[in-house]
Design a protein around this ligand. Structure first.
Ligand code: HEC
Ligand code: HEC
Length: 187
């Protein structure tokens, strides 16, 4: 009989404690925040494919739009598949690719570019073989096979497109500068 009343009291204490805990817990839970989407008051800036002048704006991709504004992306450039080499702006420029490279897979197991551009196959496809730098490791030692540093070709080489210059610039290559200096001396 004494045991029974003890059990009842214990059960009551547990119930009351749970009720208090529940009430306190409810109080301390923060009010649910209603997420208000940022008001889209700013109109989208029209896309301009014109290069931004170098002095005013160096960010050619955002084209001067404030960071909280969304701008319409410029149209995608068209790949030129003409087989015509472009001049290199300086001797160490990776030449641009004069042909399209759609679906040319490069991964751990295969490298489509090397099908034509490896030394062994270049004659079959009449492609220029990769130069000797592509066989050098970072200590300038020559390897028998393509260097891992030069394996992912489009890390450096890009296809030729009709894209306009993003940022205007007045770059002159070294030949232009030298001929200008020679002309000055001659005067
Ligand atoms: C089917 C053979 C073939 C494949 C595959 C191929 N190329 Fe070419 N590539 C050529 C040929 C041929 C040329 C010479 C110019 C021409 O005819 O387009 C060339 C030219 C180039 C040039 C210009 C070299 C220079 O001196 O200006 C680069 C750079 C180049 N390819 C890179 C690549 C890359 C990178 C890949 C892979 C994404 C690739 N090629 C895949 C055949 C190929
Ligand atoms: C780390 C940058 C880099 C990577 C990666 C790279 N190249 Fe090059 N590539 C260059 C540079 C720079 C040149 C020009 C100077 C030279 O020959 O090293 C060049 C030159 C070339 C040329 C012209 C060679 C000549 O004698 O005129 C071809 C063709 C070429 N690369 C193809 C490839 C192919 C195919 C791959 C992938 C297997 C590749 N490159 C990976 C930087 C790179």
């Amino acid at each position: 009989m004494r045991d029974k009343s003890l059990i009842v009291i214990a059960a009551l204490v547990v119930l009351v404690a749970a009720a208090i805990g529940f009430a306190v817990g409810r109080k301390s839970t923060p009010e649910p925040q209603v997420a208000t989407p940022p008001a889209a008051t700013q109109p989208a800036v029209a896309s301009t494919a014109e290069p931004v002048s170098a002095g005013d704006q160096i960010d050619g991709i955002r084209r001067g739009a404030a960071v909280n504004r969304e701008i319409a992306p410029p149209l995608m450039a068209r790949v030129e598949n003409t087989d015509i080499k472009r001049n290199r702006a300086y001797p160490m420029q990776p030449p641009t690719i004069p042909h399209s490279i759609d679906n040319y897979q490069i991964d751990k197991n295969s490298n489509r570019c090397l099908l034509c551009h490896s030394r062994a196959n270049a004659d079959k496809f009449q492609a220029p073989p990769v130069s000797v730098t592509h066989y050098m490791d970072r200590n300038d030692q020559f390897l028998a096979t393509i260097s891992p540093r030069r394996y992912f070709c489009n890390q450096c080489h890009v296809v030729q497109t009709d894209a306009k210059t993003l940022v205007a610039n007045n770059f002159k290559d070294i030949d232009t500068i030298l001929s200008e200096e020679n002309a000055k001396k001659a005067n």
